[in-house]
Design a protein around this ligand. Structure first.
Ligand code: HEC
Ligand code: HEC
Ligand code: HEC
Ligand code: HEC
Length: 130
């Protein structure tokens, strides 16, 4: 009787996994991302997040969190949670137009320039598409 119960329980667990009910939320990183938390003067910026995840480590961008690959979305902090209204005045702000005071301008454009890849945008209109 105990054995049968164990078998039935195992079957149930396998079925739940197969239907995704118990599936671990691995690699929940979105494929495409639109960054628009501050968009006022310029149109929102959309980029291929999955492709960037293959170009470099997650923590190159998500610099406050190590070992992100395979974790679920709710464990990943948005840049905007710290960079929209930063605690310290010297922390870069995503509402800044300046190339040296906006965290995205600092990190995204630096890598694009360094990559010398023609498909990596450095002009305003190539990121802020109308
Ligand atoms: C590599 C992509 C990229 C390039 C190139 C770029 N930006 Fe941005 N910029 C961003 C991202 C991402 C944000 C954050 C947008 C948000 O959070 O709404 C941003 C934010 C801004 C903001 C503040 C948000 C707003 O809409 O008011 C301004 C202003 C801005 N950029 C102006 C510029 C100007 C001017 C240039 C060209 C000299 C430029 N950007 C080039 C990616 C880029
Ligand atoms: C080129 C920079 C970059 C790389 C590399 C990158 N991300 Fe992101 N990721 C972003 C940006 C920008 C956002 C949007 C944050 C925001 O809206 O404030 C984001 C958002 C996310 C979100 C959604 C967070 C939310 O609550 O909406 C998850 C999950 C995530 N990233 C996981 C990952 C994982 C896992 C990796 C590595 C496999 C990775 N990212 C690599 C830049 C990057
Ligand atoms: C938990 C809060 C937090 C999160 C989330 C966060 N940052 Fe930051 N970031 C900071 C603080 C604080 C600083 C300034 C102090 C420092 O350099 O650590 C900073 C600094 C930076 C800098 C400046 C580094 C330099 O060399 O000048 C860049 C660029 C940056 N962040 C980009 C990002 C991007 C892109 C994301 C999202 C993918 C992100 N940050 C998420 C808190 C955060
Ligand atoms: C590690 C270097 C690196 C970083 C950091 C990086 N990029 Fe890129 N990005 C590239 C390269 C290389 C390409 C060209 C990819 C190809 O060959 O198609 C690219 C292409 C792009 C493109 C055009 C293709 C697409 O994805 O839609 C956009 C838009 C873009 N990046 C936005 C961003 C934004 C916004 C950030 C910051 C949140 C960022 N990138 C950070 C290296 C980087």
């Amino acid at each position: 009787m105990k054995k049968l119960a164990t078998v039935l329980l195992s079957v149930l667990v396998i079925m739940l996994f197969a239907t995704g009910a118990l599936a671990v939320k691995a690699n929940a990183a979105p494929a495409k991302i639109t960054v628009d938390a501050a968009a006022k003067k310029q149109p929102a910026v959309t980029f291929d997040h999955a492709a960037h995840g293959k170009l470099t480590k997650c923590e190159t961008c998500h610099h406050t969190q190590k070992g992100l690959a395979g974790t679920s979305a709710d464990e990943v902090k948005k840049c905007s949670s710290c960079h929209l209204t930063p605690e310290k005045a010297e922390t870069p702000k995503i509402s800044e137009m300046s190339m040296t005071k906006n965290p995205y301008h600092i990190s995204c454009i630096k890598c694009h320039k360094d990559s010398k890849n023609a498909k990596a945008p450095t002009k305003c209109v190539d990121c802020h598409k109308k």
